[in-house]
Design a protein around this ligand. Sequence first.
Ligand code: SF4
Length: 481
Amino acid sequence: MSGIKPARRWQPAFYPFKRVKFGRRFLAKTELCIKGPLFGCRMCGNCLLQETAFICPMECPKGMRNGPCGGITPEKNCYVDETRKCIWYTIYKRALKTGREETLLEVLPPLDWDKVGTETWGEVVGQIRKVGTGKFIGGILSKDKIKKAEIWDSVFRTIRQPEWWQGDFDYHPAPSREPVSDLEQRLRKGEFVVATEVIPPISAKTDKLIRDIESVKPYVNAINFTDSASAIPKMSSIACCNVVLDLKAEPILQIASRDTTRTGLQSTVIGVNAMGIRNILCITGDNARIGPVPTSNMNIVDVDSVQMLWILRRMRDDGIYLDGRKMKDPPRLFLGAATSPFASDPVLQAIKDHKKVNAGAQFFQTNLIFEPDRLDLWLEQLDKRDILNKVYILIGLAPLKSYKIAQYLHTKVPGVSLPEKILKRMEKAGESAPEEGVQIALEMIDSIKYKRGVNGIHIMTLGWESIVQRIVVESDLAKIE
Ligand code: SF4
């Protein structure tokens, strides 16, 4: 954030890995000296300040460029470094206060690493010259707000949105066509769907994985596999999805941007599509800070989840790679995203979710929800933004097996909180805690299944796959039309 407090900044300023002429280096230093204290500039060389309420988003440890992740703590601090406010929370608050809320919806590009560490002022001057210096000054001084915005955009939008990206504020629906997956077909038909998560094994053996898949398969419509959740390596989501395909079930592949580059993302998706995987859930992923030691790189994701959706949607609908190459047979994809309705507050979260829908998300799987009444606040916000009818929503819930698990989720998992009432019930249950946990899950399903905008549930088993059958049968989900 702005202010002269360099020690509070998470990331060092970027430095180019190339020879740059003295003049440009001098300009870069000058820019850092001015924009650093004023806006908290990290010299990413791909300036977005216009769209981020004039606060540099690169102070975010993950380098998120399209809004907050789902990990803001209840105190609105960053879960990676709890001593600091989430920079995106601050950006959103300022944007709301200054009436610039809608600028937060523009889908912003990933870094062009060739520009990282370099100045942007030279580019601004070059662009002003192209537009015409007199015309630019005239436009900026004009009293006509539209003219002013147009001239401003002719310079800054061109810089912010390079030819290879062209992000915007608009909703881009998938072209009308046959559903690409069984999950999409069911959702389109209006079925209330059930997805579940099966925990990927920690070894190369697939016996337990196969048993778990077989045990949930008759009761669910799709099976998710996390992509090294909590930044802990396990069998890859791709390998697990392949096992699911062999067992004739419906997989949802999760791709965490934490471990994915833009090149890797595009090649992976082309490859898995050829294997028959159609449902892709784009997530940013937990930061390495909460993973095991030795700690992996905690800085800068190459692409965030919004950018992943934008890239994959354009591959599917326009048949182009990020670099503009055309492909003859585009992938067939049903794109999903994760959301954490209560990570900061539902009003702010809805802005980020709106952006994900605009970028290409067709379905949401929410973080764990334990307070169905609070869910209404978030659904109302989505409705206000007119996106409730543009995205299918699967509510995340978990059968709690013990009080210890309940406490762990409440205190350690980013974006998840359990109300006092549920924590007390689990504590009081003692040895009957697993039964109490199932009852809580059943009550949850009961109170959300007829909510407007809710299209299904996503059971996160937390390793308790054998309980899926009971939950689905006892909640009478098969009878829901
Ligand atoms: S909570 Fe997430 S978005 Fe906010 S600063 Fe931390 S990593 Fe970035």
